[in-house]
Write a protein that binds this ligand. Sequence first.
Ligand code: NAD
Length: 265
Amino acid sequence: MPSLPEFSLKDKVVIVTGGARGLGLVQAEALLESGATVHAFDRLPEPDSDSAFAAVSRRARDELGVSLTYHQLDVRDAEHLNKVVEGIASEKGRLDGLIAAAGIQQETPALEYTAEDFNRMLEINVTGVFVTAQAVARQMVRLGKGGSMVLIASMSGTVANRGLNCTAYNTSKSGVLQLARNLAMEWGEHGIRVNTISPGYIVTDMVEALFKTHPERREEWAKHNMLGRLSKPSEYRGASVFLISDASSFMTGSDLRMDGGHSAW
Ligand code: NAD
């Protein structure tokens, strides 16, 4: 039990998209540790390849007395999404939170970016997040108890990353920031809060893929922020618990920028 009771997520039911690995899985573990029951959504047939998901799931059951359940699901499939979310909400008659972390990255110079690839980026990173939030909000409104949503944006929704050709990704994250403000406005009357987290560079599979072609980026990018290093997924644990919990009860339509000062100078 945390010393500040408003940070407790005891008995809360929370959905985490992109929860098979990376930032989503680390967020899921933080929610479990704070007492929540967590449902992870991801398109991967099996969560992770190094059994990190299985370890978190075991720990949830054996040590924490809660549960982590995996649902294979593509956030572009609205019908499937709504069905699964409704099932989860009906199970315990509650749905308290969402962390929308599913997303993709693609590095291609703007002169070569195809419309098809650009649309795919927006379909997953913006429409996918919207449809997920909508499915969750429908259940929160039906149950009448409100809730809290955290949409994972990025510092790249606000600044252009020096030397990284990812116009479509940055455009999509800018869309997530604006999406959250508008959903917060529409759903505030239902007691549903919607906020974003804008991380800086986090060393996950997504970023490792960008290092493959340019290994020098690992050191170069670290110099682009005020702390002189890249971040770890675990550095966002507290932010998610804070935003899902009652500790942030008067916070909505806001962005939590956590980028080591990258966009502050
Ligand atoms: P990741 O690639 O490790 O995880 C993303 C997860 O989303 C994967 O498990 C993937 O299978 C899932 N996913 C992708 N498309 C999906 C779909 N259509 N339906 C369901 N699941 C889907 O990357 P990550 O670094 O952990 O990224 C998590 C979030 O954080 C993303 O939204 C990303 O844009 C954001 N982010 C990452 C960084 C970073 O530096 N890594 C920085 C800022 C923001």
